[in-house]
Ligand binder design. Sequence first.
Ligand code: PMV
Length: 323
Amino acid sequence: MRTARTVAHANIALSKYWGKADAANNLPAVSSLSLTLDGLRTTTTVSFDASLDSDQVILNGAAIGGRPLERVIDLLDHVRGKAGIREKARVESENNFPTAAGLASSSSGFAALSFAAVQAAGLNLTRRQISAIARRSSASAARSLWGGYVALHARSEYAEPIAPAEHLPLIMLVVVTAQGAKKTSSTEGMKHTQDTSPYYSAWVEACAPQMFEEIRRAILERDIERVGLAAEHSAMAMHASMLAACPPLRYFAPATLAVLDRVLEIRASGLLAFATMDAGPNVKVITSPEHVDRVENALRELPMASVVIRCSAGPDAQALEVN
Ligand code: PMV
């Protein structure tokens, strides 16, 4: 029996990925750029064990089944194939934040799982190769192998670091408006948008590439205001492509709109505050270390924003134990 325990941090895209160039291989249609966060973490242990007849997966203390289990087994099969082993695995994973509510649990989850499975299988792979394994299950997970600012290019197999965390200290306030699992998974939502939204081509051909380039440059030039404005634009353009799908795909809840309005008010008061959202109703607010206390206080005045998780840039995924 061989066991490995790893930790990976969730990332939130500043420049969003939505849509697949190749669904079978899970290659993204657009380039994306994210910040890995210190506050949202998944710790995963994988043990390949000859005495098991099937893979067992425990997430936050409870056994999982259905589609989430199939996705984990798929990844384990891929790693077993590469390593030439047949043993089934026991997987135990813990998130320190709500799972599947648009808080990017799949990014840290599949990054930690890929890393632990590779180590437990005894494979000696580069971080890029592990990023490519994570990408097959969740493209955003490819980015969580690295800390700081990380890009995943359109049609690329693996992500790459763009700048370390210290290059541009930026804070993300994760405003939790709902703790339940989301209704439409990102994979289903992307397919539906690609199949039915007349705005999807504008997103892929114009919006996403322009925003990626603007955000990449603004990060390199250490300009939080430009990063924030373009990140907000990227998130809203992505959601606009979903809203134009038929029937419309809408992740906004009333509480989401209240938080988005509050972000505009905070900005009008002269503070740096910009909103981004993923495939769920929660809002992440981008701000600077100088402004964060005032921005957080103003957000907490809203009754629906009772849970606010303050995050700065997080580290690379790490192996904690292999034996
Ligand atoms: O990688 P997935 O399937 O979890 O999709 C992530 C999609 C978004 O979170 C909405 C955007 C992104 O780039 O992370």
